[in-house]
Write a new protein. Sequence first.
Length: 238
Amino acid sequence: MNLNCCILENELIYIDHLMKLLRQWQNETGCDLSVDTLCSASELYEAISQKHYDILFIDIVLNNGENGIDVAKKLRSESYSGDLVFLTNFQDYVFEGYPVHALDYLIKPASYEKIRHCMNQVLEKLSGNCFFYRIRDSVLQIPYQNILYFSSRNHSTDIITTQKCYPVPQTLRNLLKILPEQFVQCHRTVIVNLTHIEFMNNTEILLSNQERIPIGRTYLKKLQQDIISLMQERRSLQ
């Protein structure tokens, strides 16, 4: 999946730091991430008139007396609908992000965990109900409802769907960071889609396609709790 990102920041040290974290997230998720770096509000207004950004990282204190909060208010007034994340050295502005519906407010230098959380929220919102991944020169889109489970082998992972199997060059650990809550690890080599479980005991799961997959003792308790939570959620929606 392609994501367009822009950083409005005038201190090179923070630009480099944020770029490094964004590239780390890109490598972790496999997303195609385009990142532009700008130094002034006028540059951003010009860029955004020609290109849509899914997420903007905006420093609150800019050069020439410009204020990132004011920049965000102007963008919202002109119908910018992407996500906004504010960057600053100070906590004084934390509540000023609410009128422009900021996704987050980060103290510089931001940690990788904070950046990952922001980017994963954007990715989940834009992905909708599908899993995206790149294979060679193509991007595949697989509805989550069609995925039975993910199974690791060697240094890659197989996506087992109701129709076929797709290899994806990612680890289970990285996949768990970006998959929605219906996907839970049940074994050191398997992430299962809870919505496809028809029956389970303490050692194995029976899936909707009648395939059986193992349960590792380490994952049993959490798996049971997650299934109960899913059942309660379904009942509340009836």
